[in-house]
Design a binder for this molecule. Structure first.
Ligand code: NAD
Ligand code: TYD
Length: 354
């Protein structure tokens, strides 16, 4: 059967990319999905075991930092749509070492854009959807929300690298006519998130009775969105959003970090039948340059596309805790390095299945 379209997803083995593929591959059997991922520490092919044999799914191990490999991948697979998820995504890692963030998020995005520019001489039917973060807008005080008009003011090497990639995507639209759409989204949580980010780290530590390290006084505020709601927003923007436009995506769910952690404690106590977890909260040294508050206005995507988040934090966090309880193998593999060996035996060093 001829596929109606080929969709390239970069970073499909990561947290949000895997949620997207697990939803989209079975939902759109007439579309061929190609997942391009370098399998860094954050990319776990086990996250995609449910779809790895689907006839409309293929995996290619390629690194965005390698321009020849990216050009060849675009030449071979001729995607109509590209969803660019792949990135180095953790703020604390970017503080410890910004180099990979510059190389993957900025230079890697440039390589992907160049390859699309070369192979998309006719933009008809083409789409470059750039997945970005609200952290590019900087930090809010106690009032107000980010909108599509908020000027960029990134503070961490991570957010600065994402801001640069957003600018490049828009510049390719303005200069070369690249048919792009861009989404800036708030903090995601849900299944399959690498346990270095706040939510999965706290869930696993709470399950294992380890300290729950809260930065500073835990009063910084983030807006939280369940990952499946984000995936839904991205698809709706891709299908019905306007080209050359940006859409802010958020959960309308602002919470102080300490309240997030307390809610996680309650869910863990309840679902794992464990005694008091809150006493494990430990206040630790604050993150340097820690953004105070993020909040995002979703009026544009709601009024233009009718998108709204479905999950509340309470319902979403319970699903998330339950997922980690049900998937000890995934957790063990990520932690033990076993999956790194598995990657090498399945995909070899150059990404070719053994
Ligand atoms: P993640 O760190 O879980 O996954 C990143 C994926 O990209 C991994 O599979 C990794 O192997 C791959 N990757 C990294 N470097 C690569 C390279 N050089 N070449 C090819 N693949 C590479 O990230 P995530 O949380 O799923 O985030 C996905 C996207 O969404 C990112 O662009 C991020 O900036 C954005 N975003 C994330 C959040 C969030 O809360 N997690 C919120 C808003 C936006
Ligand atoms: P994180 O999940 O790293 O996302 P981001 O920095 O992109 O918002 O952190 C979310 C919030 O939680 C942020 O304010 C930092 C804080 N935090 C902690 O208090 N303790 C931790 O161990 C981590 C990882 C984060």
């Amino acid at each position: 059967m001829e596929f109606q379209r080929t969709v390239l997803v970069t970073g499909g083995c990561g947290f949000i990319g895997s949620a997207a593929l697990l939803d989209w591959v079975p939902r759109h059997p007439g579309i061929r999905f190609v997942n391009l991922d370098a399998l860094t520490y954050a990319g776990n092919p086990l996250s995609l075991s449910e779809i790895e044999k689907a006839r409309n799914y293929a995996f290619i191990r390629r690194d965005l930092r390698d321009p020849r490999a990216i050009r060849q991948a675009i030449a071979d697979h001729r995607p109509d749509w590209v969803f660019h998820f792949a990135a180095e995504s953790h703020v604390d890692r970017s503080i410890a070492g910004p180099g990979d963030f510059i190389q993957t998020n900025i230079v890697g995005t440039y390589h992907l854009l160049e390859a699309c520019r070369e192979f998309w001489s006719n933009p008809e039917g083409k789409l470059f959807h750039h997945v970005s973060t609200d952290e590019v807008f900087g930090s809010l005080g106690d009032e107000g929300k980010f909108t599509e008009q908020t000027p960029y003011d990134p503070h961490s090497p991570y957010s600065a690298s994402k801001a640069a990639s957003d600018h490049l995507v828009r510049a390719y639209g303005d200069t070369y006519g690249l048919p792009f759409k861009l989404t800036n989204c708030s903090n995601n949580y849900g299944p399959r998130q690498f346990p270095e980010k706040l939510v999965p780290l706290m869930i696993l530590n709470a399950l294992e009775g380890k300290p729950l390290p809260v930065y500073g006084q835990g009063l910084n505020v983030r807006d939280w969105l369940y990952v499946d709601d984000h995936v839904d927003a991205i698809w709706q923007v891709a299908e019905r959003g306007r080209f050359g436009e940006t859409y802010c995506v958020g959960g309308n769910c602002e919470m102080r970090n300490i309240d997030v952690v307390r809610e996680i404690c309650r869910a863990v106590e309840d679902l794992a039948d464990l005694p008091d977890r809150e006493s494990m909260i430990t206040y630790v040294k604050d993150r340097p340059g820690h953004d105070w508050r993020y909040a995002i206005a979703t009026d544009k995507i709601e009024s233009e596309l009718g998108w709204k988040p479905r999950e509340t934090f309470r319902s979403g966090i319970r699903k998330t805790v339950q997922w980690y309880l049900d998937h000890p193998d995934w957790v063990d593999s990520v932690r033990s390095g076993e999956y790194r060996r598995w990657i090498e035996s399945h995909y070899g060093h150059r990404g070719v299945p053994a």
